[in-house]
Design a protein around this ligand. Structure first.
Ligand code: GLV
Ligand code: GLV
Length: 329
Protein backbone atom coordinates (compact mmCIF):
# COMPACT_ATOMS: atom_id res chain seq x y z
CA UNK A 1 0.00 0.00 0.00
CA UNK A 2 1.33 3.42 -0.94
CA UNK A 3 0.58 5.61 2.06
CA UNK A 4 1.01 8.81 0.08
CA UNK A 5 -2.08 8.01 -1.93
CA UNK A 6 -5.35 8.97 -0.24
CA UNK A 7 -8.15 6.63 -1.15
CA UNK A 8 -11.56 8.30 -1.16
CA UNK A 9 -14.76 6.28 -1.14
CA UNK A 10 -17.70 8.16 -2.64
CA UNK A 11 -20.92 6.41 -1.61
CA UNK A 12 -23.34 7.76 -4.23
CA UNK A 13 -23.30 9.19 -7.73
CA UNK A 14 -22.98 12.83 -6.60
CA UNK A 15 -22.97 15.77 -9.08
CA UNK A 16 -19.78 15.70 -11.19
CA UNK A 17 -18.54 19.15 -10.29
CA UNK A 18 -17.29 18.13 -6.85
CA UNK A 19 -16.28 14.61 -7.80
CA UNK A 20 -14.16 15.92 -10.69
CA UNK A 21 -12.22 18.05 -8.20
CA UNK A 22 -11.40 14.98 -6.16
CA UNK A 23 -10.41 12.98 -9.25
CA UNK A 24 -8.20 15.78 -10.58
CA UNK A 25 -6.37 16.16 -7.29
CA UNK A 26 -2.92 14.54 -7.49
CA UNK A 27 -2.50 11.85 -4.88
CA UNK A 28 -6.20 10.98 -4.58
CA UNK A 29 -7.63 7.69 -5.72
CA UNK A 30 -11.40 7.96 -5.95
CA UNK A 31 -13.77 4.98 -5.83
CA UNK A 32 -17.35 5.69 -6.87
CA UNK A 33 -20.37 3.63 -5.86
CA UNK A 34 -22.49 4.41 -8.87
CA UNK A 35 -25.45 2.10 -8.45
CA UNK A 36 -28.88 3.71 -8.13
CA UNK A 37 -29.37 2.40 -4.59
CA UNK A 38 -27.37 3.35 -1.50
CA UNK A 39 -24.75 0.92 -0.20
CA UNK A 40 -26.07 -1.63 2.29
CA UNK A 41 -24.46 -1.36 5.75
CA UNK A 42 -22.18 -4.39 5.09
CA UNK A 43 -21.15 -2.99 1.71
CA UNK A 44 -20.37 0.34 3.31
CA UNK A 45 -18.14 -1.23 5.97
CA UNK A 46 -16.46 -3.48 3.41
CA UNK A 47 -15.84 -0.55 1.08
CA UNK A 48 -14.68 1.90 3.73
CA UNK A 49 -12.16 -0.59 5.14
CA UNK A 50 -9.87 -0.07 2.18
CA UNK A 51 -10.22 3.73 2.06
CA UNK A 52 -8.90 6.71 4.01
CA UNK A 53 -11.75 9.15 3.49
CA UNK A 54 -15.48 8.84 3.02
CA UNK A 55 -17.80 11.13 1.06
CA UNK A 56 -21.27 10.05 2.13
CA UNK A 57 -24.84 11.28 2.57
CA UNK A 58 -27.99 10.88 4.61
CA UNK A 59 -28.80 7.39 3.35
CA UNK A 60 -25.50 6.05 4.79
CA UNK A 61 -25.72 4.94 8.41
CA UNK A 62 -22.48 6.05 10.06
CA UNK A 63 -23.23 4.64 13.50
CA UNK A 64 -21.11 3.18 16.29
CA UNK A 65 -20.92 -0.26 14.64
CA UNK A 66 -19.71 1.25 11.37
CA UNK A 67 -17.22 3.52 13.13
CA UNK A 68 -15.84 0.69 15.26
CA UNK A 69 -15.22 -1.29 12.09
CA UNK A 70 -13.73 1.71 10.26
CA UNK A 71 -11.92 3.61 13.00
CA UNK A 72 -8.99 4.05 10.60
CA UNK A 73 -10.92 6.64 8.55
CA UNK A 74 -9.24 10.06 8.49
CA UNK A 75 -12.24 12.19 7.52
CA UNK A 76 -15.95 11.79 6.87
CA UNK A 77 -17.44 14.36 4.51
CA UNK A 78 -21.22 14.50 4.46
CA UNK A 79 -23.10 15.74 1.37
CA UNK A 80 -25.99 17.41 3.28
CA UNK A 81 -26.64 20.08 5.89
CA UNK A 82 -28.28 17.53 8.22
CA UNK A 83 -26.04 14.83 9.69
CA UNK A 84 -28.36 12.84 11.94
CA UNK A 85 -27.22 9.68 10.10
CA UNK A 86 -23.75 10.14 11.64
CA UNK A 87 -22.79 9.52 15.26
CA UNK A 88 -20.64 12.65 15.29
CA UNK A 89 -19.76 12.43 18.99
CA UNK A 90 -18.49 8.87 18.58
CA UNK A 91 -16.56 9.77 15.42
CA UNK A 92 -14.97 12.60 17.40
CA UNK A 93 -14.01 10.21 20.20
CA UNK A 94 -12.16 8.17 17.56
CA UNK A 95 -10.49 11.32 16.23
CA UNK A 96 -12.44 11.33 12.95
CA UNK A 97 -13.61 14.83 11.96
CA UNK A 98 -16.88 15.27 10.05
CA UNK A 99 -17.49 17.85 7.32
CA UNK A 100 -20.89 18.93 5.95
CA UNK A 101 -22.42 21.41 3.49
CA UNK A 102 -24.34 24.11 5.41
CA UNK A 103 -26.13 26.90 3.58
CA UNK A 104 -25.70 25.36 0.12
CA UNK A 105 -29.39 24.46 0.02
CA UNK A 106 -30.93 27.21 2.16
CA UNK A 107 -32.87 28.94 -0.63
CA UNK A 108 -33.78 25.69 -2.38
CA UNK A 109 -35.22 24.19 0.80
CA UNK A 110 -37.09 27.36 1.80
CA UNK A 111 -38.67 27.30 -1.67
CA UNK A 112 -40.00 23.81 -0.98
CA UNK A 113 -41.35 24.88 2.45
CA UNK A 114 -43.02 27.91 0.88
CA UNK A 115 -44.31 25.92 -2.08
CA UNK A 116 -45.73 23.21 0.16
CA UNK A 117 -47.47 25.84 2.28
CA UNK A 118 -49.27 27.26 -0.75
CA UNK A 119 -49.91 23.84 -2.30
CA UNK A 120 -51.43 22.61 0.97
CA UNK A 121 -53.53 25.73 1.56
CA UNK A 122 -54.98 25.29 -1.95
CA UNK A 123 -55.08 21.45 -2.03
CA UNK A 124 -53.02 21.49 -5.22
CA UNK A 125 -51.83 17.89 -5.20
CA UNK A 126 -55.34 16.57 -4.54
CA UNK A 127 -56.76 18.74 -7.32
CA UNK A 128 -54.14 17.34 -9.67
CA UNK A 129 -55.31 13.85 -8.77
CA UNK A 130 -58.92 14.86 -9.51
CA UNK A 131 -57.96 15.69 -13.08
CA UNK A 132 -56.05 12.44 -13.50
CA UNK A 133 -59.03 10.54 -12.10
CA UNK A 134 -61.31 12.16 -14.73
CA UNK A 135 -63.32 14.09 -12.12
CA UNK A 136 -62.70 17.67 -13.22
CA UNK A 137 -66.33 18.19 -14.30
CA UNK A 138 -67.76 21.72 -14.18
CA UNK A 139 -66.63 24.85 -12.40
CA UNK A 140 -67.83 24.30 -8.85
CA UNK A 141 -68.82 27.41 -6.87
CA UNK A 142 -68.39 25.71 -3.53
CA UNK A 143 -65.19 23.94 -4.45
CA UNK A 144 -64.17 20.75 -6.18
CA UNK A 145 -65.31 17.71 -4.20
CA UNK A 146 -66.76 20.20 -1.73
CA UNK A 147 -63.35 21.48 -0.69
CA UNK A 148 -62.16 25.06 -0.61
CA UNK A 149 -58.70 26.30 0.28
CA UNK A 150 -57.44 28.92 2.68
CA UNK A 151 -56.02 32.40 2.12
CA UNK A 152 -52.54 33.05 3.53
CA UNK A 153 -52.48 36.85 3.47
CA UNK A 154 -51.91 38.40 6.88
CA UNK A 155 -51.76 35.06 8.66
CA UNK A 156 -49.29 34.12 11.39
CA UNK A 157 -46.30 31.93 10.62
CA UNK A 158 -44.64 29.89 13.35
CA UNK A 159 -41.06 28.84 12.63
CA UNK A 160 -39.71 25.96 14.67
CA UNK A 161 -35.93 26.35 14.49
CA UNK A 162 -34.89 29.81 13.29
CA UNK A 163 -31.64 28.92 11.50
CA UNK A 164 -30.75 29.87 7.96
CA UNK A 165 -33.56 27.89 6.33
CA UNK A 166 -36.16 29.00 8.89
CA UNK A 167 -35.18 32.62 8.31
CA UNK A 168 -35.36 32.19 4.54
CA UNK A 169 -38.89 30.70 4.79
CA UNK A 170 -39.95 33.52 7.12
CA UNK A 171 -38.64 36.11 4.63
CA UNK A 172 -40.69 34.55 1.84
CA UNK A 173 -43.89 34.44 3.91
CA UNK A 174 -43.41 37.94 5.28
CA UNK A 175 -42.62 39.37 1.85
CA UNK A 176 -45.34 37.59 -0.10
CA UNK A 177 -48.22 37.63 2.39
CA UNK A 178 -47.24 40.10 5.12
CA UNK A 179 -47.37 37.17 7.54
CA UNK A 180 -46.45 37.91 11.16
CA UNK A 181 -43.61 35.71 12.32
CA UNK A 182 -43.37 33.87 15.63
CA UNK A 183 -40.52 31.50 16.29
CA UNK A 184 -39.23 28.94 18.70
CA UNK A 185 -35.51 28.36 18.65
CA UNK A 186 -32.73 27.40 21.02
CA UNK A 187 -31.19 30.83 20.58
CA UNK A 188 -32.65 34.13 19.48
CA UNK A 189 -32.21 35.32 15.92
CA UNK A 190 -31.45 39.05 15.86
CA UNK A 191 -31.81 39.32 12.08
CA UNK A 192 -35.29 37.78 12.09
CA UNK A 193 -36.37 40.06 14.93
CA UNK A 194 -34.90 43.19 13.35
CA UNK A 195 -35.86 42.68 9.72
CA UNK A 196 -39.14 40.77 10.05
CA UNK A 197 -40.34 41.78 13.50
CA UNK A 198 -40.21 38.09 14.44
CA UNK A 199 -41.09 37.32 18.05
CA UNK A 200 -39.51 34.44 19.96
CA UNK A 201 -42.11 32.52 21.95
CA UNK A 202 -42.50 29.32 23.97
CA UNK A 203 -43.33 26.18 21.99
CA UNK A 204 -46.91 26.02 23.30
CA UNK A 205 -47.55 29.59 22.25
CA UNK A 206 -46.06 28.96 18.82
CA UNK A 207 -48.51 26.10 18.34
CA UNK A 208 -51.52 27.95 19.67
CA UNK A 209 -51.00 31.25 17.83
CA UNK A 210 -49.69 30.18 14.42
CA UNK A 211 -51.78 29.52 11.31
CA UNK A 212 -48.84 27.79 9.65
CA UNK A 213 -46.22 25.96 11.71
CA UNK A 214 -43.06 25.11 9.77
CA UNK A 215 -40.25 22.89 11.08
CA UNK A 216 -36.64 23.86 10.27
CA UNK A 217 -34.62 22.27 13.06
CA UNK A 218 -32.01 19.53 12.98
CA UNK A 219 -33.13 16.05 14.04
CA UNK A 220 -31.68 15.37 17.50
CA UNK A 221 -32.90 13.37 20.52
CA UNK A 222 -34.58 16.63 21.68
CA UNK A 223 -36.49 17.24 18.45
CA UNK A 224 -37.50 13.64 17.68
CA UNK A 225 -41.33 13.52 17.76
CA UNK A 226 -41.55 17.05 19.13
CA UNK A 227 -44.61 17.33 16.89
CA UNK A 228 -46.59 14.65 18.69
CA UNK A 229 -50.24 14.16 19.64
CA UNK A 230 -50.11 16.83 22.35
CA UNK A 231 -48.46 19.33 20.02
CA UNK A 232 -51.03 18.86 17.24
CA UNK A 233 -53.84 19.22 19.80
CA UNK A 234 -52.48 22.65 20.71
CA UNK A 235 -52.53 23.86 17.10
CA UNK A 236 -55.51 25.69 15.61
CA UNK A 237 -58.10 23.50 13.82
CA UNK A 238 -57.35 25.66 10.77
CA UNK A 239 -53.59 25.17 11.23
CA UNK A 240 -51.21 23.89 8.57
CA UNK A 241 -48.09 21.92 9.52
CA UNK A 242 -45.06 21.99 7.21
CA UNK A 243 -42.00 19.77 7.61
CA UNK A 244 -39.05 20.02 5.23
CA UNK A 245 -36.44 19.16 7.88
CA UNK A 246 -36.50 15.49 8.89
CA UNK A 247 -39.43 13.03 9.09
CA UNK A 248 -38.93 11.85 12.68
CA UNK A 249 -39.42 15.42 13.95
CA UNK A 250 -43.13 14.62 13.65
CA UNK A 251 -44.91 11.52 14.89
CA UNK A 252 -46.55 10.40 11.65
CA UNK A 253 -49.34 8.37 13.30
CA UNK A 254 -50.19 11.38 15.48
CA UNK A 255 -50.16 13.65 12.43
CA UNK A 256 -52.56 11.37 10.58
CA UNK A 257 -54.86 11.26 13.59
CA UNK A 258 -54.76 15.05 14.01
CA UNK A 259 -55.75 15.46 10.35
CA UNK A 260 -58.46 12.81 10.50
CA UNK A 261 -60.04 14.25 13.64
CA UNK A 262 -59.76 17.84 12.40
CA UNK A 263 -57.40 18.92 15.15
CA UNK A 264 -55.34 20.50 12.41
CA UNK A 265 -56.39 21.39 8.87
CA UNK A 266 -53.53 20.37 6.60
CA UNK A 267 -49.93 19.26 6.22
CA UNK A 268 -47.16 19.70 3.68
CA UNK A 269 -44.26 17.27 3.99
CA UNK A 270 -41.00 16.97 2.12
CA UNK A 271 -39.79 14.45 4.68
CA UNK A 272 -41.57 11.42 6.11
CA UNK A 273 -40.86 8.65 8.59
CA UNK A 274 -39.89 6.25 7.17
CA UNK A 275 -38.62 7.33 3.75
CA UNK A 276 -39.79 6.39 1.25
CA UNK A 277 -43.41 6.66 2.39
CA UNK A 278 -45.54 3.66 1.39
CA UNK A 279 -47.41 4.43 -1.83
CA UNK A 280 -50.77 3.58 -0.22
CA UNK A 281 -50.17 5.64 2.92
CA UNK A 282 -53.48 7.24 4.00
CA UNK A 283 -51.85 10.70 4.13
CA UNK A 284 -51.43 10.54 0.35
CA UNK A 285 -55.15 10.46 -0.31
CA UNK A 286 -56.13 13.33 2.00
CA UNK A 287 -57.19 16.53 0.18
CA UNK A 288 -55.32 18.83 2.55
CA UNK A 289 -52.02 16.97 2.49
CA UNK A 290 -49.16 17.46 0.05
CA UNK A 291 -46.16 15.13 0.18
CA UNK A 292 -42.88 15.40 -1.74
CA UNK A 293 -40.05 12.82 -1.83
CA UNK A 294 -37.33 14.74 0.11
CA UNK A 295 -36.36 17.20 -2.63
CA UNK A 296 -35.56 20.27 -0.51
CA UNK A 297 -32.05 20.65 -1.89
CA UNK A 298 -32.83 19.26 -5.34
CA UNK A 299 -31.93 22.20 -7.59
CA UNK A 300 -29.00 21.92 -9.98
CA UNK A 301 -27.39 24.91 -8.29
CA UNK A 302 -27.73 23.61 -4.72
CA UNK A 303 -26.68 20.04 -5.50
CA UNK A 304 -23.62 21.18 -7.46
CA UNK A 305 -22.57 23.50 -4.68
CA UNK A 306 -23.07 20.72 -2.14
CA UNK A 307 -20.82 18.39 -4.15
CA UNK A 308 -18.12 21.06 -4.40
CA UNK A 309 -18.30 21.85 -0.68
CA UNK A 310 -18.18 18.18 0.27
CA UNK A 311 -15.15 17.65 -2.02
CA UNK A 312 -13.41 20.80 -0.75
CA UNK A 313 -13.84 19.64 2.84
CA UNK A 314 -11.70 16.61 1.95
CA UNK A 315 -9.21 18.47 -0.26
CA UNK A 316 -8.60 21.24 2.31
CA UNK A 317 -8.31 18.72 5.11
CA UNK A 318 -5.43 16.98 3.34
CA UNK A 319 -3.87 20.27 2.17
CA UNK A 320 -4.10 22.30 5.35
CA UNK A 321 -5.39 20.09 8.13
CA UNK A 322 -8.49 22.32 8.33
CA UNK A 323 -12.02 21.45 7.19
CA UNK A 324 -13.79 24.58 5.87
CA UNK A 325 -17.19 23.35 7.04
CA UNK A 326 -16.73 21.04 9.98
CA UNK A 327 -19.52 19.80 12.21
CA UNK A 328 -18.80 21.01 15.72
CA UNK A 329 -19.18 18.45 18.45
C1 GLV B 1 -30.97 17.29 3.11
O1 GLV B 1 -31.91 16.78 3.65
C2 GLV B 1 -29.87 17.87 3.81
O2 GLV B 1 -29.75 17.68 5.03
O3 GLV B 1 -29.04 18.53 3.15
C1 GLV C 1 -30.20 24.44 9.45
O1 GLV C 1 -30.07 23.36 8.99
C2 GLV C 1 -30.27 25.65 8.69
O2 GLV C 1 -29.51 25.78 7.71
O3 GLV C 1 -31.12 26.45 9.05
Amino acid sequence: MNTDIKRILVTRDFPDKGIERLKERAGFKVTLWDLERPMAPEELVEGAKSHDALLCTLSDRIDKAFLDACAHLEIISQYAVGYDNIDVAYADSLGIPVGYTPDAMTEATADISFGLMIATARQMFFMHKIIIDGQWGHFRPKGNMGVLGQALKGRTLGIYGMGRIGLCMAQRCHGAYGMSVLYWSRSSNAEAEKTLGAVRVEFDELLAQSDVVSAHCALTPDTRHVFNRAAFKRMKPTGIFINTARGPIHDEAALLEALETGEIWGAGLDVTDPEPMAKDHPLLSMPNVCVLPHIGSATKEARELMSVMAAENIIQFYDTGEIPHQVSV
